[in-house]
Design a protein around this ligand. Structure first.
Ligand code: HEC
Length: 146
């Protein structure tokens, strides 16, 4: 082996390294895009779930809450609230009752406004929050209340 670091050697390291990482990047991208559809169970997005997302956006819930870690840090994480509040045994009833009962006016607690949602909108929100709670997020966010 020559004891001199030649231009040719530097070039080979550059091209070899670039090729290696480009192939790695393509491989990981293919892996991610084939894994995601299984994790977000998009086949379960019913018209009601879609309507719930619409209600969520129109009322700017994300302005105070996080959803799967994204959003504002004023109020609790809601991506998992359906499971956290009882899942199929009462999670939906809790969410509806909670939204209808706001503002709590409890002293010293942060307040959530009254949105005057219809029964249909509340049901849709529950369907949307149930759907988000069933996404495989690999336990993200790490703190269940966000
Ligand atoms: C102005 C800020 C604000 C907005 C906007 C807001 N919330 Fe809240 N929300 C709060 C606060 C603050 C709490 C926690 C209050 C407490 O613990 O006393 C809360 C709590 C909740 C809870 C109970 C969480 C738990 O862990 O039990 C649910 C469910 C909820 N909000 C749903 C919604 C939905 C759905 C929307 C949109 C339609 C929304 N919120 C919009 C401030 C907000």
């Amino acid at each position: 082996m020559s004891d001199k670091f030649t231009k040719a050697m530097a070039r080979n390291i550059f091209y070899g390294g670039s090729l290696f990482f480009i192939l790695l990047f393509i491989g990981l991208t293919v892996d991610t895009s084939s894994a995601l559809p299984k994790r977000d169970h998009r086949e379960n997005i019913t018209p009601q779930v879609a309507m719930g997302k619409d209600v969520w956006e129109k009322n700017d819930c994300i302005g105070c809450h996080t959803l799967l870690g994204e959003g504002a840090y004023y109020a609790p994480e809601l991506g998992n609230v359906y499971q956290r509040r009882g899942g199929d045994q009462g999670g939906g009833a809790f969410i509806k009752a909670w939204i209808k009962a706001q503002p709590s006016k409890a002293p010293g607690r942060r307040q959530m406004p009254q949105f005057n949602l219809t029964e249909e909108e509340l049901e849709a929100l529950v369907a949307f929050l149930k759907w988000t709670s069933e996404i495989n997020t690999a336990d993200w966010p790490p703190n269940i209340e966000g």
